[in-house]
Write a protein that binds this ligand. Structure first.
Ligand code: V47
Length: 359
């Protein structure tokens, strides 16, 4: 079976569902990694991308009750619930005025009481402060929530946010698409079909987007492969997904806390299988906050060619037990990549090379 898969890849043939499951169960992780590395190098050589970005979470108030989440607080009155004023959000960006940021990535809880203008004004205000910065904001789950709350269609929401300054969608909220798992861990937010439909619409109106997969909890290998194939099928239609980001489950402080975190070998294998199955998605990201810094380095030899960015403010993983730093400077990321034997390249959100600065 493994020999057949290698031969298919040599011939440029697409892998099947059964191939994906076989890659997850093949006894030799390194063989799987070598194949993934070959595909990575065919596309990107030794290049490893990162970007100079800032992560912001304007509110953790969230009406959804995802079992894996340690970040959300259900009610505005709960201890630890917070909602920033727009000025507080803008101050976060103003405070970084000396940093050559190229992207702000905003992810929020599903807040039941804010007006839609909070989000459009947030985008307009960020753009007014730094017009050159790319705004990658709001997951498809948030878009679906806005549509239902404010009585708009998904497309109307996307168009209104784009008019206010939205440039692309991040990949959060995908979790696992298979209904068996999704209904158990995230039963009260948008389902897989709507998540994918929103990305299809976003691609149709001219946006690029990312897509994630939360792994290492109650899902099977089959369900991981199914997830990847749904991504691949949509990207055959639209070519709008830029990056696939496998996200390692972190168990601290959430309802799934009795489960162990996925092992380093599971992370490496999941990244490798993603690279091999997703032949039509250019970039496989090892989000270092989720994988851990050391594993992210090794992942650069197991199919990953992107590390996300400087990040700087992150709560979702750190509240769930991530022990990584909160931020990395470009110099630290470059060192991480270089000492792994790869070539760091700072990129913008569209993977154009940036040559001007390293601080
Ligand atoms: O959707 C929440 C995940 C995601 C936990 O698009 C958890 O470039 C592990 O999507 N353990 C948000 N994961 C983060 C995200 C992301 C990150 C980096 C880059 C991009 C991009 C997107 O975090 C959520 C959820 O799947 N998450 N809680 C947890 N306990």
């Amino acid at each position: 079976m493994f020999g057949d898969i290698a031969a298919k890849l040599d011939a440029g043939e697409r892998l099947t569902f059964e191939d994906g499951v076989a890659l997850f169960t093949h006894p030799d992780l390194h063989e799987v990694g070598r194949l993934a590395n070959r595909e990575r190098e065919k596309r990107h050589g030794a290049t490893t991308y990162y970007n100079y970005n800032l992560r912001l979470e304007a509110t953790n108030v969230c009406v959804a009750s995802c079992m894996f989440c340690s970040f959300a607080r259900l009610k505005p009155g709960d201890a630890e619930a917070y909602t920033m004023t727009l000025e507080q959000v803008f101050d976060k960006l103003r405070a970084r005025k000396d940093q050559p940021l190229t992207e702000v990535h905003v992810v929020n809880g599903l807040h039941p009481d804010l007006p839609f203008s909070y989000y459009t004004d947030l985008l307009k205000g960020l753009k007014a402060i730094r017009p050159e910065i790319h705004l990658k904001c709001f997951t498809a789950v948030e878009i679906a929530f806005f549509a239902d709350l404010y009585g708009m269609t998904d497309e109307q929401v996307l168009r209104a946010l784009m008019a206010a300054g939205l440039d692309s969608l991040p990949g959060g909220g995908a979790e696992i698409f298979a209904p068996r798992v999704r209904l158990k861990i995230a039963h009260d937010k948008c389902d897989a079909d709507r998540y994918l439909a929103i990305h299809r619409i976003a691609h149709g109106v001219g946006m690029k987007t990312n897509v994630t997969m939360l792994y290492g909890h109650i899902e099977t290998f089959e369900e991981r492969v199914d997830h990847m194939l749904r991504v691949r099928a949509l990207n055959d239609e639209t070519a709008g997904f830029q990056a696939f980001i496998p996200l390692a489950f972190h168990p601290d402080g959430n309802q799934l806390r009795k489960l162990p975190a996925p092992s380093a070998t599971d992370t490496l294998r999941t990244i490798a299988v993603s690279r091999l199955m997703l032949d039509n998605v250019s970039h496989i990201k090892a989000f270092w906050v989720a994988t851990g810094v050391d594993v992210a380095q090794i992942a650069l030899w197991y199919g990953a060619n992107d590390l996300d960015g400087t990040v700087q403010e992150e709560r979702i993983y750190h509240m769930a037990g991530s022990r990584t730093p909160l931020a990395m400077t470009p110099a630290a990321i470059e060192r991480l990549v270089t000492t792994a034997g790869r070539v760091p390249v700072e990129r913008d959100t569209f993977y154009n090379r940036i040559t001007a600065h390293v601080s």
